[in-house]
Design a protein around this ligand. Structure first.
Ligand code: TRP
Length: 341
């Protein structure tokens, strides 16, 4: 039913905190670009600066990181003519709808959010109220566009379930069929990119060791060096995926190869089974450099003209607001807010 009444529309967002990594590229950006060319009415990609300040951000760093993420979107192949690219704080509907959702979501639901517990850590009393309310703002991001498809990493699954719960409760409480029940579009195979130093951890921009990740700003030599130094085990590569069981580092490198080359892990092992890590890493470095070099080059071009990035974000915000604002106004009518200007 949802699909029949709602326009097919994609929304996703990334936080402007720290450097973007190969994990962001394979796990998110590559898919954003693919969806841009699929059969959707709109593809909307947001830099969620309002989510970022749920943890302290230095203002100058936040501004720069927002532009950096936008540059990575563009460098990866998002086209501002096809997709709407903007930063969250320039479209006020997000915050306004989030307030309504704060009044729909239940404390019991919020208390179950594992990301809050992880981020707040032991000292939850000292966490910001914003960090606690973060998932309601995320629901507003999605639902103020009536987005039907949301590509995200595995770690955001719980937040998307909450988004569905909020939509359902709103529709039920007000007796309407207004908000769509959003489909998560979770990672395909080989998009979960693991740390180069510890195969049981996700590659992360916040890992203290820069050797654990490939940044989208790394040059070819750095990429090759990091792959060469990546942790492995002494066995040669197996010829089937089954043989990677209990070998998380080997699995991680095979998955990265597969993701970059656009093939399956089985394909990789068919070609490289029996190979030692020395030659395999060399092949992987070549694949990585040839896939990433054009992106890195375009990214530094965009970063050379930050005013142009700001212009693209502003234009995207105008187009985003055109979709979001009428949905917010309709929400206000449903809730019973007087609108007389
Ligand atoms: N919470 C998401 C993350 O950390 C970022 C995000 C915010 C998002 N709003 C969103 C993702 C809306 C998808 C849709 O990755």
């Amino acid at each position: 039913m949802t699909d029949a009444v709602h326009t097919r529309r994609v929304f996703s967002g990334s936080q402007p905190t720290g450097n973007l990594t190969l994990g962001n590229y394979l796990g998110a950006l590559k898919r954003y670009v693919e969806m841009q060319d699929q059969d959707f009415e709109d593809t909307i990609y947001c830099v969620v600066d309002m989510h970022a300040i749920t943890l302290w951000q230095d203002p100058a760093d936040l501004r720069r990181a927002t532009q950096d993420v936008a540059a990575a979107y563009l460098a990866a192949g998002l086209d501002p003519k096809k997709s709407i690219i903007f930063n969250q704080s320039q479209v006020s509907a997000h915050a306004n709808l989030a307030w309504v959702f704060n009044c729909v979501a239940r404390l019991g639901w919020m208390n179950r959010m594992t990301q809050f517990k992880d981020k707040a850590g032991k000292n939850a009393e000292n966490a910001s109220l914003g960090l606690y309310a973060y998932p309601a703002l995320m629901a507003a991001d999605i639902l103020t566009y009536h987005a039907t498809h949301v590509p995200v990493g595995d770690d955001q699954k719980q937040h998307l379930e909450l988004t569905r719960d909020i939509a359902q409760k709103f529709n039920h409480d007000f007796g309407v069929d207004f908000f769509p029940i959003t489909e998560p579009v979770i990672d395909g195979p080989a998009t979960r990119v693991m740390s180069l130093r510890d195969g049981s951890k996700k590659m992360s921009k916040s890992d203290p060791s820069d050797m654990s990740r490939i940044n989208l700003t790394d040059d070819a030599d750095t990429i090759a060096k990091k792959i060469k130094k990546a942790k492995t085990d002494p066995e040669p590569l197996p010829s089937e995926v089954k043989g990677l069981e209990g070998r998380p580092e080997a699995r991680g490198l095979v998955d990265i190869y597969a993701g970059l080359a656009g093939i399956t892990a089985d394909d990789v092992l068919q070609a490289h089974g029996g190979s030692q890590f020395g030659p395999f890493k060399q092949a992987l470095a070549e694949v990585a450099v040839s896939a990433l070099a054009p992106i890195t080059a375009r990214m530094s071009e965009y970063l050379g003209d930050r005013a142009e990035i700001d212009r693209i974000l502003g234009d995207g915000a105008d187009r985003a607001a055109e979709i979001a604002e009428p949905i917010l106004q309709k929400t206000y009518d449903i809730v019973g807010f007087v609108r007389s200007r």
